[in-house]
Design a protein around this ligand. Structure first.
Ligand SMILES: [Zn+2]
Length: 162
């Protein structure tokens, strides 16, 4: 591992209260929103949960969650297959969590770490998150269940252990 990857891994192990996530929480708190954090009761354990708006937010590390074509997710050549495999599992797990959450009627917002680290895009990213949370939200589960070739094919029973 490169020193950068190692530090990404340590952050992933520590997992919670990472700096980009704190930025989002502070911004939204200052905007008057109230929330719960790290809800283990919901699929994928969303980082931030806004019950009133039926919305969850994940702040995803680019390396760990496999942000495509992002400089923060670049793999070093050593052990590349090992990391690629691990990251692909994470991508699949994220996808399943999104599907399950939407079936439960939650709106899912995922934010890439890089859009918060870069000070040029940070403000716009935070504002966009806020606006999506407070914007009207039709219960997604209805539209998804009613589409014929939509999520009906997705098994709705539990995935793995939670
Ligand atoms: Zn990224």
């Amino acid at each position: 591992m490169t020193p950068y990857e190692r530090s990404r891994c340590m952050a992933a192990i520590k997992g919670r209260n990472t700096k980009p996530e704190m930025l989002v929480r502070k911004f939204l708190f200052a905007k008057g929103l109230r929330y719960r954090v790290n809800s283990r009761k919901l699929p994928g354990s969303p980082d931030i949960v806004f019950r009133k708006y039926k919305t969850v937010v994940f702040v995803d590390g680019c390396f760990w969650h496999g942000h495509q074509d992002c400089r923060l997710s670049r793999l070093s050549k050593s052990n590349i297959d090992f990391w690629r495999h691990k990251i692909n599992l994470n991508i699949a797990r994220d996808y399943r969590a999104d599907v399950e959450l939407r079936l439960l009627g939650w709106r899912v917002i995922r934010v890439w770490e890089c859009s918060l680290r870069d000070s040029a895009s940070r403000e716009a990213t935070l504002t966009a998150i806020y606006e999506r949370i407070v914007s009207p939200h039709k219960c997604a589960s209805y539209t998804m269940i009613e589409t014929e070739n939509g999520v009906v094919a997705e098994p709705t029973e539990s995935y793995g252990k939670r």
